[in-house]
Design a protein around this ligand. Structure first.
Ligand SMILES: [Zn+2]
Length: 225
């Protein structure tokens, strides 16, 4: 919000400069010509301050579209929480949450940023970055209509490959990333137990009860190409 206000302030400076070159400012008998360097500086500052909110806005728009696709066209709207949003969030301890009724997905700090950095270098993704991809897919599965956490998470595991590709990751890297999440972070959930156990099931494996047999499943061999 502060960034947008700063950007608007510099836009107003530019507007005032141009206006004064057309209509004489109070106390002046003739219009003052535009100072081009001044105009260039204030316009550059306006653009600079508009960049972070503009970039987040674009990212939320992108995630909303892709989450809708993952949710089989149940309309999803993704919001990346700022620090301030997270403090006011009733579910601040969850990395993300979704309301299947409204399609609203909230992703907490710093997970949107982690997902952004994953997309910058998917070929050297850290486990944290893979978790951020899974949070996005997991919340999309809630919008799709699943409420049980273990089933939701298993649906996400099977679609992380699809999700990564939808976000622009190359096929082979997307496959590897999705399999890495399943082999490492997902299996850890089972071992940690407690809260994490609610997100894990031994039936979430190829050929077992939770296998949806998707043609582009993370673990299906036929889509490895
Ligand atoms: Zn969940």
């Amino acid at each position: 919000m502060l960034w947008i206000l700063a950007s608007l302030f510099f836009l107003w400076c530019a507007f005032r400069e141009i206006r004064n070159s057309i209509i004489a400012a109070p106390g002046f008998s003739v219009p003052t010509p535009v100072s081009k360097p001044y105009l260039a500086v204030v316009l550059a500052l306006a653009a600079l301050f508009a960049w972070p909110p503009g970039h987040t806005f674009y990212f939320e728009w992108l995630l909303s579209n892709k989450a809708t696709e993952l949710a089989d066209n149940h309309r999803a709207r993704v919001h990346c929480n700022t620090m301030f949003d997270t403090m006011l969030d009733t579910e601040m301890l969850a990395a993300g949450h979704a309301d299947p009724q409204t399609g609203k997905i909230g992703i907490q700090q710093p997970w949107c940023g982690t997902l952004m950095s994953y997309l910058r270098h998917p070929n050297r993704a850290s486990q944290d970055e893979l978790v951020s991809l899974d949070i996005f897919t997991h919340e999309s599965m809630h919008v799709r209509g699943e409420l049980n956490e273990a089933r939701t998470e298993c649906q996400a595991v099977q679609r992380n490959y699809r999700a990564a590709k939808l976000l622009g990751v190359a096929d082979e890297i997307a496959k590897k990333n999705a399999l890495d999440y399943y082999a490492i972070s997902y299996q850890q959930r089972g071992k940690i137990g407690g809260m994490q156990a609610a997100y894990y099931s031994e039936e979430c494996a190829p050929g077992k009860a939770m296998d949806e047999h998707l043609s582009d499943s993370t673990w299906s061999a036929s889509s490895a190409r």
